[in-house]
Design a protein around this ligand. Structure first.
Ligand SMILES: *Cc1c(COP(=O)(O)O)cnc(C)c1O
Length: 232
């Protein structure tokens, strides 16, 4: 049939494949780690709204955006407004008080009800200049700031990107181990239940490894939506 949209089939297939891999990795996760359900966040950056709607229709419910302007744009899209519900979106890239304040302010303008915006604090676990994120030692301060000062943001957890192409034959990815340790520290210092602080780590190429090390959220883009054009 000529009117079958091939992208749609691909998105459904991509989602199913990723969900099956998540399930497999959860079963392999160390029993010492909190056995919480693992959430798939579909990272839809740069992708058109039509693909997001397709993913939604295939059952996907959590979407991540990196940039406030993209979030604002999508929040105003009539197709998305129709399906908008609290918690549909999460911004995982908060790495400064300034950005947190800014998001808090923007959110009040674009939201549809008095729901809070879910956010995560991004931690630069690999100490790479080119990466965003607070240093692990600063994470507690920023989380405390968000909880106390940003009344329209809802702190959900910690996120790291980590090194690309880490070779897992060398052992567990040190970035993921570092984020696990960071959560321990943040939870203890701020008296938070560790099971309520999510760990977002792992992307298309390494989400299974991240889950085995304790990820509670994985962010997958290209494996669902297809490859993005290279930067620049
Ligand atoms: C783009 C992006 C992802 C998804 O990357 P893929 O490799 O396409 O799965 C995850 N997290 C962040 C922060 C991103 O910017």
């Amino acid at each position: 049939m000529s009117d079958v949209n091939s992208d749609e089939g691909d998105i459904m297939y991509g989602l199913k494949t990723v969900l099956a891999q998540i399930e497999g990795a959860v079963a392999r996760r160390s029993k010492d780690l909190p056995q919480v359900a693992t959430k798939l966040v579909a990272v839809s950056k740069i992708k058109p709204v039509s693909l997001i709607i397709q993913a939604y229709e295939a059952g996907q419910r959590h979407f991540g955006e990196n940039y406030v302007n993209e979030l604002a744009e999508k929040a105003h899209n009539p197709q998305i407004i129709e399906k908008w519900s609290p918690g549909l979106y999460i911004v995982e890239t908060v790495d400064s008080e300034r950005l947190a304040d800014n998001l808090n302010k923007q959110w009040v303008k674009i939201r549809k009800s008095d729901e809070k915006l879910n956010i995560m604090v991004q931690v630069n676990t690999s100490a790479e200049e080119a990466k965003n994120g607070v240093e692990p030692s600063q994470a507690t301060n920023l989380v405390e700031y968000v909880i106390k000062k940003c009344t329209d943001l809802n702190f959900k957890g910690l996120m790291t990107i980590g090194q690309y192409d880490y070779d897992t034959s060398l052992g567990p990815n040190p970035d993921f181990l570092s984020l696990v340790k960071c959560r321990q520290e943040v939870s203890e210092k701020l008296n938070l239940d560790i099971n309520d602080v999510e760990l977002s780590m792992g992307m298309s190429t390494d989400f299974e490894h991240a889950i085995e090390l304790g990820a509670t959220t994985v962010r997958v883009g290209s494996k669902i939506f297809g490859a993005r054009p290279p930067k620049n």
